[in-house]
Design a protein around this ligand. Structure first.
Ligand SMILES: [Mn+2]
Length: 366
């Protein structure tokens, strides 16, 4: 890590840490691990975010001290009084949301720690490496480079979650032997057991969320000879399933998990436009594709929000695929449902049995 970043943080007496809107496991884990470490150095730390952590992250060690920005004088004073404001897990100050107005009004020095492409210039010090698996990996380097013995259960758990969630549970191409070395060190120093952590993060689907998944899977289509797949979530589906877009976290991995598919998209209809998640396998890059529509992200995971109706947006984005992907020769843009989706022919007895079951299940928990 650059000496400027290390010195700026360690020489401070009061630090505010902020992360991006709709913070994920890497955002919260990196923020809390850094906070815990700096506090162990006798530094006063406040974590202030525009959005609250998702319900599956609120158990993380120290999460009780996370503040959601409310524009209050008290929070503005904390931000004004800080020597250093550390921004983690985003490459752009505006991505921290509403709280950025208070950050920009403060005289504090600004430090960026992140692993996204093209970090915004203008920070007083920057620690950015786009080949890092996660911001958690960079925070680990900072802490271990200073004094690895500080890594306790709280720091280890937060960094484990940060790295696990940003690597799709250690499966993305960003995972190196070094990442596994770091994880091994965290498991030892924190005396961690991975199973309950994994379960607390991932086994959190709601009944409504799974009903939404069922409806969304019905829209699965492939294009370009099975190279690209996509799924839709319409507002009508959200209403019918009584689900929210938060319930759709990770849905894009279903079309990506299909045999032969190299790039997958999830289109989520909202009142103002369409949110699109792009995912890809291996060397297939989707960040350029997302960027062409005003979005961004990583090679294998990107996103964008486009104003407009669902049909138009789906057409526009999918038609642009040949410009951004190295498609198989002669691949056709035509949309098809997967061949392997059989339409089960049920006997009258089966139908009757099924309808009894469905009626019974209407009393199921929400
Ligand atoms: Mn990240």
């Amino acid at each position: 890590m650059p000496d400027s970043v290390r010195r700026m943080l360690l020489d401070s007496t009061s630090v505010v840490i902020c992360t991006h809107i709709r913070p994920d496991g890497d955002a919260i884990g990196s923020q809390l691990a850094l906070a815990h470490f700096l506090e162990a150095q006798g530094i006063t730390v406040h974590c202030i975010n525009t959005d609250a952590a998702a319900p599956n992250l609120t158990w993380m060690p120290g999460a009780g001290a996370l503040q959601t920005f409310d524009g209050s004088l008290a929070q503005r004073q904390l931000i004004d009084a800080a020597d250093v404001i550390a921004i983690v897990d985003t490459n752009k100050l505006s991505r921290i949301g509403e709280v950025h107005t208070a950050v920009e009004a403060s005289q504090a020095q600004r430090v960026l720690i992140d692993h996204h492409l093209e970090p915004e210039p203008g920070f007083d010090a920057t620690f950015s490496r786009d080949t890092a698996s996660s911001t958690g990996e960079l925070i680990y380097e900072f802490i271990a480079g200073h004094d690895a013995s500080v890594i306790d259960e709280a720091i280890a758990t937060n960094l484990y979650v940060a790295i696990m969630t940003d690597t799709g549970s250690f499966r993305y191409s960003s995972v190196t032997p070094r990442v596994h070395d770091i994880i091994a060190d965290l498991l030892r120093r924190g005396d961690l057991s991975p199973e309950p952590i994994h379960s607390a993060i991932y086994d959190t689907r709601t009944f409504a969320g799974l009903r939404l998944l069922s409806r969304s899977l019905d829209t699965l289509r492939v294009r370009y000879d099975g190279f690209v797949s996509y799924m839709l979530i319409t507002r009508q589906m959200l209403d019918a399933a009584e689900a929210s877009t938060d319930d759709a976290e990770g849905f894009v991995n279903y079309p990506l998990s299909m045999r032969g598919v190299q790039a997958a998209l999830l289109f989520t209809e909202t009142a103002k436009g369409v949110k699109i998640s792009f995912r890809s396998k291996g060397d297939v890059a989707v960040n350029g594709w997302a960027k062409a529509f005003g979005g961004g992200g990583h090679r294998n995971a990107s996103g964008v929000f486009i104003e407009g109706g669902l049909d138009d947006v789906v057409d526009a984005v999918l038609s642009a695929a040949p410009t951004h992907l190295d498609l198989p020769a002669g691949a056709t843009a035509e949309a098809t449902a997967p061949d392997e989706a059989p339409d089960p022919d049920l006997t009258a007895d089966d139908e009757a049995y099924l309808s009894t079951l469905l009626n019974l299940q209407s009393d199921s928990p929400q």
